[in-house]
Write a protein that binds this ligand. Sequence first.
Ligand code: ZN
Length: 379
Amino acid sequence: MTSLFIDAGFDSGNIDVLGIEGATARLAIRRDNESEFFQWFHFRVAAPAGEEVVLKLTGLNASAYPGGWPDYDACVSEDRAYWARATSSFDKDEDGGTLTVRYAPSAGVFWCAYFAPFSMERHHDLIAETASCEGVDYVRLGTTIDGQPIDCLELGDGDTQVWLYARQHPGETQAEWWMEGAIECLTDPADPVARALRKACRIHIVPNCNPDGSRRGHLRTNAVGTNLNREWADPTPERSPEVLAILGRMDQTGVDFAMDVHADEAIPAVFIAGFDGIPSWTQEQGAGYDRYQRILDRRTPDFQTKLGYPKAAPGRANLSMSTNQLAERFGAVAMTLEMPYKDLADFPEPEQGWSPERCKLLGRECMAALVEWLEGRDA
Ligand code: ZN
């Protein structure tokens, strides 16, 4: 009789059990609905306390980003608040590519995930808490295909239109942890960074662009398998109502500065990507991007500029991606922020790796960098 049980029937749960033998479970990650993408996993393990469990996630050579598995340690938690890392190893030749996770729980149950989950319940708590803060306006932008609201929070009395939006890719939970940090900063009545930004800007925040993918436990797509960050040139009510709703509000307010918050499976670093190659690119717009990057690089050792994505050649930008679309459509200084699933290669913290705590601190730091950026713009 087995004493090892795996469950995933909950918010953002994602795993299939292929077989259990003794203290070893063979597992497979489910694909996003109507899509080939898979990489996000989140499940619960019941096993005897104090004994090592071996979890084998198989078939990973076919996952969205096979480069994400080498040098990656799975996230584990026994209280669902503190997430540590469990020693993991990847073998591309075992069972179609297998990540082996070993963990000895101190209690009879623990949770395992690709990164610390950010549940829809926690999302609603964040919306409720923020909407009740002085000076914050709640705006319901629209409805998803599964019937969930697309939430926006707006604050500030200035003319500069700032847009912060996250989790177009729902398995990138780092992005909503970042939002929690940025929002805690922005809604603190005493915080000097928040006071400066609320004076200079109108700030529009969409903490979760893809609630359906989030609840379904998807990596990259919404309820019908659409990658929302390839829909910004031509969103439709059938495939991408989320983008249609957010872009509709942006057309009303305008956009001067935009940050689209993501995470990258393979690259062990925090970096930003800009809008090189848009048809209307100007030296001044490009300089605004470079200046923000320099400010953030100076402010925090968690950010760097050596690792990142290659730049698009002139005229070759993909305008279906939000950063390029907003830079082209509004002349905005727009950027995609990427955080790792792995730890930072040049600044590791072995017990937790990249963590919710570090995402939140980065959110604050990005707001402080924005204050400096606005001051420099006026100088
Ligand atoms: Zn992404």
